[in-house]
Design a protein around this ligand. Structure first.
Ligand SMILES: [Zn+2]
Ligand SMILES: [Zn+2]
Length: 119
């Protein structure tokens, strides 16, 4: 008798497992066309243009000048997302690194250093 019940339970579990598996398959089948459509949209020229423009914007280097420390008199000149040159910078914990700077900052730093040469 007990054996029969165990078999029933096993059958029931197997049935549940089969249904869950089927439901997952159905869900994936339903999602798949959406992914296909997305890939198609991403390949359209007007969409590619937008993506390329975003990538170009991401590539712009931010100015990493410490304005208030490097040129306190001209703090407002910074063009924060338009670094055009790098300046060597020595730091105790970073060693010698090249720091991206925007043009106005580079000029302001040069002026500041010229006015107050550091030891
Ligand atoms: Zn600056
Ligand atoms: Zn700057």
């Amino acid at each position: 008798m007990g054996d029969d019940r165990d078999t029933e339970l096993a059958d029931a579990l197997a049935e549940v497992g089969r249904r869950v598996g089927q439901a997952m398959t159905d869900a994936l089948e339903r999602i798949r066309p959406t992914f296909g459509a997305l890939a198609e949209v991403a390949n359209r020229p007007e969409v590619r243009a937008v993506i390329e423009r975003a990538e170009k914007a991401m590539r712009r280097r931010p100015c990493l000048c410490f304005c208030s420390w490097a040129h306190p008199a001209d703090r407002g000149v910074c063009e924060m997302f338009d670094a055009v040159i790098t300046a060597p910078y020595s730091s105790d914990w970073l060693g010698d690194v090249d720091v991206p700077l925007c043009a106005p900052c580079a000029a302001a730093r040069a002026a500041h250093e010229f006015a107050e040469p550091r030891p």
